[in-house]
Design a protein around this ligand. Structure first.
Ligand code: SAH
Length: 251
């Protein structure tokens, strides 16, 4: 009997941001494989087994899921947000290329990625062309990261920065903001959206000139506006950020 792997994105935090298809997949699986803190967000049912692993063991985790599925089991391979965005779906396909696993059926179940949840909290900053860049230089050289940040700023994309900072990567966000300040106006709106849809959620909106790396931690998604992104102030403390759908004709 062939086994199955359901690659599942749990959404950014709150259960209401988890898709119904993701819930179905989590119910269907007999084994749940993932990073410990993500698995802790899933309520196990009778007969389900959780296999928690360290965050740095992604390839081994994907291979483990394939091995379990090869014995005929249904396995949910779990990521936060969307499993296809800087997460386990791509790792699974890497493991699949390496291992073959001809008898394993695969389905990828979409989730709400952090960028979409953060955008919704702040208005519509992704209303026009945008891109997403991971600032982590664990899996690509820092020159590549910085080159992409510069190219995206040069092309006037709104830029969503994933993995902005961590204890092991303390300086990268500062360098990226420095590069952005060279290419974007000082009053460009920047969003620091931390732990979106979780109890400790925090949203900061401020001009690029005031953006500091200390405003982010590893639970933060940073959105840097394009030349068109603007703010609307409502009342004393509500600021909406949006990027108009129409771009100006080049001069
Ligand atoms: N697959 C995930 C991204 C994993 S990379 C997704 O689709 O969202 C991890 C990064 O995602 C974090 O460093 C942070 O930049 C972002 N992130 C994940 N959850 C978040 C949340 N609830 N609020 C803000 N950013 C989040």
């Amino acid at each position: 009997m062939s086994g199955r792997i359901l690659v599942v994105g749990l959404g950014p935090g709150h259960d209401s941001h988890r898709t119904a298809a993701a819930e179905d997949a989590l119910r269907e699986a007999r084994h749940l494989v993932g990073y410990g803190p993500y698995l802790a967000r899933v309520t196990l049912r009778d007969g389900q087994t959780a296999h928690a692993s360290d965050n740095r063991e992604e390839f081994d985790r994907a291979r483990h899921a394939l091995q379990l599925a090869a014995t005929g089991e249904t396995v949910a391979l779990v990521s936060s947000g969307d499993a296809g965005v800087f997460a386990m779906a791509a790792t699974l396909f890497e493991a699949l290329e390496a291992e073959g696993a001809p008898d394993v059926e695969i389905a990828v179940v979409p989730g709400v990625t952090a960028m979409i949840a953060a955008a919704a909290r702040t208005g519509a900053p992704l209303g026009h062309d945008f891109c997403a860049i991971s600032l982590s230089d664990n899996l690509k050289p820092w020159e590549t990261v910085l080159g992409r940040v510069r190219a995206a700023a040069g092309a006037d994309f709104v830029i969503a920065l994933y993995n902005p900072i961590s204890k092991a990567r303390p300086w990268q966000l500062g360098k990226a903001l420095e590069a952005l300040r060279e290419l974007r106006a000082p009053d460009t709106p920047v969003v620091f959206a931390t732990a979106v849809s979780r109890p400790d959620e925090e949203i900061l909106v401020l001009p690029l000139s005031d953006a500091r790396p200390e405003m982010a931690d590893m639970r933060t998604l940073v959105i840097v506006g394009s030349s068109q992104t603007r703010c609307i102030r409502r009342g004393n403390d509500r600021v909406w950020v949006y990027t108009p759908r129409k771009a100006p004709v080049p001069a």
